[in-house]
Design a protein around this ligand. Structure first.
Ligand SMILES: Nc1ncnc2c1ncn2[C@@H]1O[C@H](COP(=O)(O)OP(=O)(O)OP(=O)(O)O)[C@@H](O)[C@H]1O
Ligand SMILES: [Mg+2]
Length: 262
């Protein structure tokens, strides 16, 4: 049981931005990181899986085509968190997370409240529970958006740069908890990230995109090579292997990129 993507193509503004992507696989209970430079197609890929972007291809979740699921089932099984979490909502943090849970299971009173409280506690959002969303900083708002996603406990979680606005403590804390949540609930989590060391540390599998093509997938140690970083990211980097655990990527310098590449 897993997520599989096959033959995914997408055109935007008269241009093909995803070229025959797949087969790509993501497994339950672990994080899969979607990496690649700006404009590689990460957000488009996540939007396409979520059904927010018209695309051609096959998305198979637990052996069933996502397209065949009734809309309501699909909404229940899948949660997509977009790259931007700008909002004009005047709801409080507590109400916002509660609404995410209630939308799924109306009338589920005490257990919904408990789930909201637990989620806020895990993301260290309790002190902000009564605050309006409009009165939060960008990073605080991003943590509320993650709380909404996790409180719904979907089968498939698609997160577009969920830690981009977070300080270092909250990046680690959020990724720790995402990993734990995935293990506990058997969730399939695909998240776009730019920090390759964090991707390698938290994800057991990477999908690397470049200019609309999937150029590599697999464990971080196989995907993150000095040659591939030069080719895809146009950087000179050092990839080091600590005695234990995943590789670390240290960017050293930007190298010249052929302008025709994108
Ligand atoms: N609405 C649109 N119309 C036309 N082209 C678009 C549109 N949205 C995105 N694109 C193009 O599609 C390509 C992929 O964009 P996408 O947002 O998926 O990249 P990304 O990998 O998420 O980049 P980033 O790291 O900057 O978030 C880019 O070349 C982008 O310019
Ligand atoms: Mg993006």
């Amino acid at each position: 049981m897993s997520l599989r993507i096959e033959s995914l193509r997408c055109r935007l503004g008269g241009r093909e931005v995803l070229h025959d992507i797949g087969p790509l696989d993501a497994r339950p209970g672990e994080l899969t990181a979607l990496i690649g430079p700006n404009g590689a197609g990460k957000s488009t890929l996540l939007r396409a899986i979520a059904g927010h972007q018209r695309a051609h291809g096959h998305f198979i979740l637990d052996g069933r085509a996502l397209d065949d699921e009734p809309l309501e089932t699909r909404a229940r099984r899948l949660y997509y968190l977009p790259q931007s979490t700008e909002t004009g909502s005047r709801l409080s943090v507590f109400e916002t997370v509660l609404l995410a849970v209630r939308t799924l299971a109306p009338g589920d009173g005490p257990s919904a409240l408990r789930r909201v409280r637990d989620t806020l506690a895990r993301l260290e959002l309790e002190p902000l529970a009564e605050r309006q969303l409009t009165a939060l900083s960008g990073g605080q708002r991003q943590r509320v958006a993650i709380a909404q996603a996790l409180a719904r406990e979907p089968r498939l979680l698609l997160l577009d740069e969920p830690t981009s606005a977070l300080d270092l403590h909250h990046q680690l804390q959020t990724l720790d908890w995402l990993g734990e949540h995935a293990r506990q609930h058997g969730t399939i989590v695909v998240l776009a990230v730019h920090d390759l060391t964090l991707a390698a540390r938290y994800a057991s599998r990477l999908w690397m995109l470049d200019a609309g093509r999937a150029v590599a997938q697999g464990p971080p140690g196989e995907v993150l090579t000095v040659e591939r970083l030069r080719e895809v990211y146009a950087i000179e980097a050092e990839v080091t292997w600590p005695a234990e655990g995943p590789p670390r990527v240290t960017p050293l310098a930007a190298s010249h990129r052929t302008p025709s590449r994108r």
